[in-house]
Design a protein around this ligand. Structure first.
Ligand code: PSU
Ligand code: MN
Length: 322
């Protein structure tokens, strides 16, 4: 792995820990110079998108961030070591091998046992924050599952954002979840929620989940200003951007796939961390690729917005330093 060295940035609270990420030179230099960096998640590559589309998407996401003037930092665990900033060979491994899905609670086991794994929103946000990255782009956030009153299945994404100062640009949460309950938990946890150019919390494949957002921002500079202020609370921020209108999934198709997918998961007694990947796979196979196009379009748009906000944020920091 040519440009990846075991550099741990000075203020890292993880220095000396087996979980201290290996930061690529490019990302470490950008952070040291106060230049904009955007973290990207690997579970959406390893479990959210089928091969070979995942590898092509990884490439597009990194290029999108670069084209906007920021440095991409894809996060994963390889050989037990968390990595922030992946080279081409590392991205091949993330998109090719059947990597396990790692949330924060799995990082210690993966490190101790020397395993590879793809990081969820929770694990990516946690590792990004540990090296000083404040912005992160993904597709959809995990949340409160339907039936959570009985199953207790609430994504660790929510609890981690409650105590991790990272802004996550996403397209809301999928309607496979209980969207209303997810928004309630975000409120309880003091995680900020801002709609980007929308008054409606997005439902991933659909632009409107049927729930309102508490706040709205209409420019990257406004999002940067909100985040620059909110981060002092120590909690994260959800920046919710709807999928571009042209790529939105047809409503009838969406509702049918949702009903079928939920029935399939119940019938096969799929539970825990396997629920989200199983439902995503059902959407992809059942829509003849339409949901895949939607998924790729929204992550790309989120990477672009996160980069624009990172650039605006770096500009603000420059102003306040002067
Ligand atoms: N939602 C999506 N696509 C995804 C995920 C969520 O629309 O790929 C992934 C993210 O990595 C998220 C994780 O952090 O699933 C949440 O999983 P769980 O519900 O098991 O916490
Ligand atoms: Mn879960």
């Amino acid at each position: 792995m040519p440009h990846v060295t075991a550099r741990v940035l000075p203020p890292s609270p993880l220095a000396g820990s087996p979980l201290a990420p290996v930061v690529s030179d490019e990302v470490a230099d950008a952070l040291a110079g106060g230049r904009p960096v955007v973290a990207l998640e690997s579970t959406l590559l390893a479990h959210g998108l089928p091969a070979p589309r995942n590898r092509a998407t990884a490439e597009v996401l990194e290029r999108t961030v670069r084209d906007r003037g920021a440095v991409p930092a894809t996060v994963a665990v390889l050989d037990g070591r968390p990595r922030v900033g992946l080279d081409a060979a590392a991205l091949d491994r993330v998109c090719g091998d059947d990597l396990v899905k790692l949330s924060v609670r799995d990082l210690g086991a993966a490190a101790g046992l020397g395993r590879d794994g793809a990081t969820t929103v929770a694990a990516t946000a946690w590792l990004a924050a540990a090296v000083g990255i404040a912005l992160f782009a993904t597709g959809g956030l995990g949340g409160v599952h339907r039936g959570a009153r009985d199953s207790w299945d609430v994504s660790a994404d929510l609890g981690v954002l409650a105590r991790t100062p990272v802004a996550v640009v996403c397209s809301g949460v999928k309607s496979i979840l209980d969207v209303g309950a997810t928004l309630e938990v975000l409120e309880t946890d003091s995680v900020g929620v801002v709609g980007y150019c929308t008054d409606a919390f997005p439902g991933f494949y659909r632009r409107d989940s049927g729930h309102p957002v508490p706040w709205r921002a209409d420019t990257p500079a406004q999002v940067a200003a909100v985040w620059a202020a909110h981060r002092a609370t120590g909690a994260g921020l959800v920046v919710a951007q709807p999928v571009p209108a042209a790529a939105e999934l047809d409503e009838t198709l969406h509702d049918r796939l949702l009903a079928e997918g939920l029935a399939m998961v119940a019938e096969r007694r799929i539970a825990g961390k396997d629920v989200t990947p199983a439902l995503l796979e059902h959407f992809h196979s059942g829509s003849g690729g339409a949901s895949l196009a939607t998924n790729v379009a929204l992550v790309e748009a989120n990477a672009a917005l996160a980069a624009d906000v990172a650039v605006a944020l770096a500009g603000r920091a420059g102003v306040s330093r002067r």
